[in-house]
Design a protein around this ligand. Sequence first.
Ligand code: NAD
Length: 264
Amino acid sequence: MSRLRNKTALITGGARGIGAAIARAFRDEGAAVLLIDIDGDEGQATADQIGARFARLDVSSEADWDAVAEQYPALDVLVNNAGITGFEGPFDGPPPAHDPENASLADWRAVHAVNSDGTFLGCRYAIRAMRAKGAGSIINISSRSGLVGIPMAAAYAASKAAIRNHTKSVALYCAGQGLAIRCNSIHPAAIMTPMWEPMLGDGPDRTEREAAMVADTPLRRFGEAEEVAALAVLLASDEVTYMTGAELTIDGGILAGSAATPGG
Ligand SMILES: NC(=O)c1ccc[n+]([C@@H]2O[C@H](COP(=O)([O-])OP(=O)(O)OC[C@H]3O[C@@H](n4cnc5c(N)ncnc54)[C@H](O)[C@@H]3O)[C@@H](O)[C@H]2O)c1
């Protein structure tokens, strides 16, 4: 297991969920891993568990990224994974509306600050940190929601679409600069992580809710964070060096079809 030997990788939002699974898989493949997260306690605990270094950082803060650049001026792999839906809470009343008619500008901006600004800042840092070697891999975690409209989570969907598009700008920019710095996006859907907790709840109907949420997924189940991590390992490795600007869906087949399926 040494597909990432001699590589240094930074993973944002690595305290839990998909980011933690990627960090663990990278470590298993021999990479030196720097895990960063806004949650200092969980981030440090996860890093200790998998043998990674940890730094507390808010991906939406330019100053925080400047501090990372100072401490880690060289890098082989960056995974821009940190993301929020805007429904994390806790809220005093019901969760805020995120539909195009009722969403507040503050809520819209809060989601974009983490998802789109964070990815922009991460990519900018990575290009500079990879330039000396002239090679590297930037992996942006977008979403199925970046490829289709999500009326009740409009800010999240738009921010993930921004990540998809920025991935392609970064890929073309790096290629144009004569750099072998690749940039690709991963588009997961329904991966069982703590992100789903506010939507699943812990009531007696949890199993029913889970089943309902994947009823339209061709593979009829949630995906595992480790399944996304496997794809990230491939993109981080030197096995797919001709792949840049690509968008890879990992969604149990949802985007393979459409809601209207004439003839079944
Ligand atoms: N789980 C899914 O079904 C799913 C589907 C599509 C896309 N995604 C995307 O995958 C990524 C990871 O999702 P997850 O399900 O593991 O979520 P999660 O909520 O379990 O983990 C997200 C991590 O990001 C960290 N984080 C949040 N804001 C941050 C900030 N400002 N700075 C640094 N760290 C921050 C959190 O502390 C947390 O550790 C996200 O970008 C998410 O949008 C997830």
